[in-house]
Design a protein around this ligand. Structure first.
Ligand code: ARG
Length: 572
């Protein structure tokens, strides 16, 4: 893919800064970031220079801004930052044509060509309810996978099912007590049984012991225990796959913790050789220096059964051997930060230096999530509720003449899913947020529906205007509002790169909101002034140029929404 106008401007800015500071461009490249759109396109912070130059950052910024002269760039200091704004006019056609030609692939690039990223995401536990943290992992993981695919990475997405461990014993003994034998293949029933069993085990140590015992039998290859496990596992996977299909998500691999059953002994052996292990209260732990109050890394419990950490160690090594990854990402809640810190520490102590390429892509909690089912949040119920709420919204808007559709039910499903996805992805992943149906599902706020509507609006303008033109005169697009739309479109390739590098889909979400806002400012201009209508009467060439810009906006919105896993209906 050829470099975008944006990246050429960026390179010129970096080069000019480097020259003026007398350092190689590579040294400051990473510091040049996309600016807050109100301040320009790019921004360079001067704080890191303050010490060496013995000057206050704003003074350094002012000095630099004064000296930098780059054709096509307007460079100004704003406090401690040197900001640059591109004059896009000469590149109008280039930006428009790139977006229109690449469609939903616009924004991508080739920085990941020949590289592999392994992604561990979603990873729910079998025969247990999918919790909201699994929804976050699924939605964030899917977007991060898409971002990498867009940059040319080979993505190996792994759904690391929690299909091994004591918790499965709980389901099994729970089933003996509370299960309905005719409903062994009914996921909702299994979940109910699990919840009951879990409550009982908390109160009754003997029952908990039965669950442990069941898992010990599984690890000892007991045929009867394994047969039940297998059946419940299949029931769960069938249910998960149905949900993933509904979400439009697929995994390259569905391989859970049980995949590592026979791969743990060699790893334990390697750890005892390279790092050392010791017995502690009957359990086998990794012999590391631990901080005060830090729980040790357990490899085996006192009854000889293995643990979550043991399997993750085996999995990390196995993934490296199979995929030779350039990055290995774990999209898992911040709650598990200690687990991953310890996992990485053990691998490092083992001398497995690929650990530098592993990242815990953590995310915060969701508050206020409940459904009509009470405290157990079933993902299917959340999705159904999103659809039914969206349907009410769609019907109201049809009645008010605001939207049109031949298939309100299908549109409601797209809007409902879009609400859940965007409602999550607009937040920086590490922050906690409060789930609120009214906030994520409306047509005017920072929502998926608002963006889907902006996209449909662009499609509608194009239909009314007789379609997008093949030739047009880009130099006619001189309104500041047109340049603002263009500037936003031009930024997507840089936003995609940043978002992938930091595993932060919220950058794309913010960008979508910026573009939609600029676009709606633009197309509503005609309400006050007919001469500024997109579908201008009386000046056909100008109308064609405006349609081309509208078509580029449509493509760019579709590209951004698709990266986030959100549907782009053309009609609404
Ligand atoms: N199944 C785990 C849970 O529900 C998440 C697994 C995350 N992935 C991993 N490699 N540990 O909490």
């Amino acid at each position: 893919m050829s470099t975008s106008a944006y990246s050429r401007y960026r390179a010129a800015f970096v080069e000019a800064l480097a020259q003026s500071l007398g350092v190689p461009a590579s040294e400051i490249d990473a510091q040049v970031k996309p600016a807050d759109p109100a301040h320009g396109d790019l921004s360079f912070p001067t704080f890191p220079l303050a010490k060496a130059q013995k000057k206050a950052p704003p003074a350094i910024a002012a000095g630099l801004a004064q000296n930098l002269k780059v054709p096509g760039l307007e460079i100004v200091a704003a406090g401690p930052y040197v900001n640059a704004r591109f004059s896009l006019l000469p590149f109008t056609a280039e930006v428009i044509d790139a977006a229109r030609a690449q469609g939903t692939r616009y924004g991508g690039g080739d920085s990941g060509a020949g590289k592999t990223v392994v992604m561990d995401y979603s990873s729910p536990n079998i025969a247990k309810p999918i919790a909201f943290h699994h929804i976050r992992s699924t939605v964030i993981g899917h977007a991060v996978a898409n971002l990498h695919r867009a940059l040319g990475y080979r993505v190996e997405g792994i759904n690391y099912l929690g299909d091994w461990g004591k918790q499965f014993g709980l389901v099994a003994v729970g089933f003996q007590e509370y299960g309905d034998p005719t409903k062994r293949q009914d996921m909702a029933h299994l979940v109910k049984v699990y919840v009951q069993a879990n409550q009982r085990a908390e109160k009754e140590p003997a029952f908990d012991e039965r669950a442990r015992d069941f898992f010990r039998r599984m690890e000892a290859n007991d045929a009867e225990a394994l047969a039940l496990w297998k059946e419940f596992r299949e029931t769960s996977i069938r249910d998960f796959l149905r949900i993933y299909a509904r979400l439009g998500i697929r995994f390259e691999h569905i391989e859970g913790e049980s995949f590592y059953q026979d791969k743990m002994e060699p790893v334990i052996e390697e750890i005892s050789r390279t790092v050392g292990v010791k017995q502690s209260e009957g359990a086998l732990i990794v012999d590391l220096p631990y901080e005060e109050n830090e729980p040790p890394v357990l490899l085996k419990k006192n009854d000889g059964s293995t643990l979550y950490a043991t399997r993750d160690l085996a999995a990390a090594i196995d993934r490296h051997e199979r995929f030779h990854f350039d990055k290995s990402l774990y999209v898992v809640a911040t709650d598990q930060a200690l687990h991953f810190r310890q996992l990485f520490r053990v691998l490092e102590a083992m001398g497995r230096d690929f650990v530098d390429r592993m990242v815990h892509v953590n995310f915060g909690r969701v508050h206020g999530m409940s459904t009509r089912q009470g405290n157990v949040v079933l993902l299917t119920d959340v999705l159904d509720e999103a659809r039914s709420r969206a349907l009410t919204l769609v019907k109201n808007n049809i009645a008010e003449g605001k939207i049109q559709t031949d298939d309100p039910e299908a549109l409601a499903e797209q809007i409902g899913l879009g609400a859940i996805f965007f409602g999550d992805l607009k937040n920086r992943r590490a922050t906690d947020y409060t789930f609120d149906w009214d906030e994520i599902l409306n047509f005017t706020g920072h929502t998926g529906a608002y963006l889907q509507y902006a996209h449909a609006r662009a499609c509608n303008i194009l239909r009314k205007g007789g379609g997008a033109p093949t030739t047009y005169d880009a130099s006619r697009l001189t309104l500041p509002e047109e340049q603002a739309v263009l500037r936003a479109i031009a930024r997507l390739p840089v936003v995609v790169q940043e978002a992938a590098d930091q595993q932060e889909p919220s950058y794309v979400a913010r960008w979508l909101l910026d573009l939609a806002a600029e676009f709606s400012r633009y197309y509503t201009l005609g309400n006050q002034d007919r001469a500024r209508r997109v579908l201008l009467e009386g000046d056909e060439p100008l109308k064609q140029a405006r349609l081309a810009l509208t078509d580029a906006t449509r493509a760019a919105l579709a590209a951004g929404l698709t990266l986030l896993g959100i549907a782009t209906p053309e009609n609404m």
